[in-house]
Design a protein around this ligand. Structure first.
Ligand code: TYC
Length: 103
């Protein structure tokens, strides 16, 4: 959509507006000592649409290294997925956490 330059200070010209790409945000899953491996795999399949093999790979990397990037999304999708992880973990009484970082 065209953004007209009204020539006023602080407004972006059409060329400047076109250069503004939306930022990417990484969802990073964190390890803990209590959440079961099976639950983490289920969450990765359900919320992040990972295959069983990919979900298992990510879970094991988190378990071994402390954290692992699950995926890169727009801000709204990343924060929604993080909220969904925290909601389902709370529902099942697990301390599973993830964080969202600028990618
Ligand atoms: N460390 C957990 C255990 O040994 C498994 C686990 C993996 C927990 C990944 C969280 O994000 C996580 N049961």
């Amino acid at each position: 959509m065209a953004v007209r330059d009204k020539g006023e200070a602080g407004l972006l010209t059409r060329d400047e507006e076109k250069l503004k790409e939306p930022k990417d945000y990484a969802v990073i899953l964190l390890n803990d000592d209590y959440t079961t491996r099976d639950f983490v795999v289920e969450v990765l399949m359900l919320i992040f649409h990972k295959s069983p093999e990919e979900a298992t790979r990510i879970m094991l990397n988190v378990h071994r290294k402390g954290q692992e990037m699950v995926g890169v999304y727009t801000w709204d999708i990343a924060i929604t997925k993080a909220d969904q992880v925290h909601a389902i973990a709370r529902e099942y009484d697990y301390p599973l956490r993830c964080v969202v970082e600028e990618a």
